[in-house]
Unconditional design. Structure first.
Length: 580
């Protein structure tokens, strides 16, 4: 079983700054747990007074006190439950935010092996289990434990012999429950992991639903879904069986305890040591012992889920990105030169993607990068924005090793546009500024949109820049989405712009529109343009041909295009023949 102690320490750290609220909650819990102890005392007084023939007014007064105690207990319990729920949501929402930030900082290799659905289940499902633990478990189990301790104390004060016997019995019962709980935790962890895998399968299949339907892959998707569901069902059955065993054992133990308590009370009454009301008092307190421990038993499933969630959250937080933000330098203003000095890169499988790449691109120049799929072009862009660090060599931008530059400073001066434009279900303004990450007023946003050829589109928006876009930019053409991505980069005024197949999914007419926008975007900036369409690199000053992670050719574009023996000229000839 995985060690949950680091995750418990994590929860302790989240609660540490809320000691005042914890103290108030503790007072409310103590009061609501102590009040039930008064009920049997009032009932004993009622029985003994009735047996003694006291007037009805005295009995009515005791009954009124009993009702008042019951109402006060309920009021305190509701207040404590509200406080516990508020505390739980505050703490776990902080944890969700921490998990989100941490997950976004992890390497692309990690995200490549963990589907978004699985990560959502970890950040939400597992944390929700922790929220249930903090609210429901704390209220029921901690409150029950306080009641349990109070009952034992009162019974000892009433009759030390019955009290000691009841305390011994409770210790045996508690020890039995604790052992059963520990044996059930692995099954709960297994169930949470199976649920995460199921969510991962669902997310992946839903994302590819169109391709699956079009290519007859639906049966395979359904079969994988059934397999994941069956795995979850089997693990859930094992976890539920463990919980049922705990309940049955606990119930049997306390039935035996109730019989023994009633027998002891009867013997003491016959011996004249206690009154009839006290017999009922001891019997009632014995039943009150059963209720708290049954609450603890019933909540063990939440404990199991919480411990499993703690373990999985701890495992996620234990993941460490290879890219660390420990630089202190910034990048200069203006166009930025780029230098790669013996750069190599390999993913976790050890297969090199880039090998010995050395390049110098002066400031203000445009470099076109071409090559077959898998040649390392996209990996090169990832190194330039530090989504990964080279395993060999150094990448310099603006004359500075990128590992010495703060990530925020780097990404403020280096803009990346890919073929997969990510637009959000939010306003045009939020999509452009990334929810305020870029400081730009209304006039600046209008200026940029108009300058990139989106003026007519902007004026047609029903609510202007506050018009909401659909999920993924629904309702926008591919060209409009791409131009919005250009505008997003333009607002940051980067010194280096990287275009990774930015116009590969648009028609020729839209491509011409995008080319005009590129003239505006690239003016006065260094640019690296990666493209399969060779027309996209027509504006490049230099061409870099990559083959199997190595530089196969590098030179001025006109010189390479005019040299019939160059690889670039060969690619141009092949492209013309394909068009013809």
């Amino acid at each position: 079983m995985s060690d949950a102690r680091p995750s418990w320490r994590l929860l302790g750290g989240l609660l540490r700054g809320r000691r005042g609220r914890l103290a108030l909650l503790g007072v409310l819990l103590a009061a609501s747990s102590a009040l039930p102890l008064a009920g049997p005392q009032l009932l004993r007084a009622f029985i003994d007074q009735a047996v003694a023939g006291r007037p009805i007014t005295a009995l009515a007064l005791i009954a009124g006190g009993y009702v008042a105690v019951a109402l006060a207990r309920q009021a305190l319990a509701v207040t404590a439950a509200y406080g516990a729920t508020q505390l739980a949501w505050t703490v776990t929402n902080d944890l969700r935010g921490r998990l989100l930030r941490h997950t976004l900082e992890l390497d692309l290799a990690f995200h490549g092996t963990h589907p978004p659905g699985e990560l959502i289940e970890r950040a939400d499902g597992d944390v929700t289990a922790l929220s249930t633990f903090v609210s429901s478990f704390v209220m029921r189990v901690v409150g029950s434990a306080l009641t349990l301790a109070g009952v034992l104390l009162v019974v000892v004060l009433e009759d030390w012999r019955v009290g000691l016997g009841l305390a011994a019995f409770t210790a045996v019962a508690a020890g039995t429950i604790a052992r059963l709980r520990n044996s059930a935790v692995p099954h709960a962890t297994e169930r949470r992991a199976a649920a995460a895998r199921l969510f991962g399968e669902l997310e992946e299949r839903l994302a590819g639903a169109e391709d699956l339907r079009a290519n007859g892959g639906g049966a395979h998707a359904v079969r994988r879904f059934h397999q994941a569901t069956a795995e979850l069902y089997r693990s859930a059955r094992r976890a539920a069986a463990g919980t049922r065993r705990i309940y049955v054992v606990t119930l049997a133990v306390f039935v035996a305890g109730g019989v023994l308590s009633l027998a002891a009370g009867t013997a003491l009454y016959r011996a004249g040591a206690i009154t009839l009301g006290t017999v009922y008092l001891l019997f009632r307190y014995t039943n009150m012992l059963r209720d708290p421990l049954e609450q603890i038993s019933n909540e063990l499933q939440n404990v199991q889920a919480a411990v499993a969630g703690f373990v999985r959250v701890g495992e996620l937080l234990a993941e460490r990105p290879s890219v660390t933000d420990d630089g202190a330098r910034t990048l200069p203003a203006g166009a930025l030169p780029v230098e790669l000095d013996g750069v190599g890169f390999a993913y976790r499988d050890g297969v090199p993607v880039l090998d010995g790449v050395t390049l110098h691109l002066p400031a203000g120049r445009v470099l076109g990068v071409v090559g077959r799929s898998g040649a390392g072009k996209t990996t090169l862009t990832r190194l330039l924005v530090r989504l990964a660090d080279p395993t060999e060599g150094v990448v310099r931008v603006g004359g500075t090793d990128l590992r010495q530059v703060r990530l925020a400073a780097l990404r403020a001066r280096v803009g990346l546009v890919t073929q997969d434009v990510q637009l959000f279900n939010a306003s045009v303004r939020d999509n452009l500024t990334l929810f305020g990450a870029v400081d730009a007023d209304e006039s600046r946003l209008v200026e940029v949109l108009d300058g990139l050829g989106l003026g007519g589109w902007r004026r047609a928006l029903p609510d202007g820049l506050d018009t909401a876009l659909g999920p993924g930019g629904a309702g926008l053409s591919a060209g409009e989405a791409q131009l919005l991505a250009f505008a997003r980069v333009f607002l940051r005024d980067p010194g280096l712009v990287i275009l990774d197949e930015a116009a590969s999914r648009v028609d020729p007419l839209t491509e011409a529109r995008i080319e005009r926008a590129l003239d505006t975007l690239l003016a006065g900036r260094t640019a690296i343009v990666i493209a399969h369409r060779l027309a996209t690199v027509a504006r490049a000053d230099e061409i870099l041909v990559l083959e199997r992670g190595r530089i196969a050719e590098h030179g001025a574009r006109p010189a390479l295009a005019d040299d019939p023996g160059s690889r670039f000229a060969g690619l141009l000839a092949t492209s013309r023949a394909a068009v013809a």
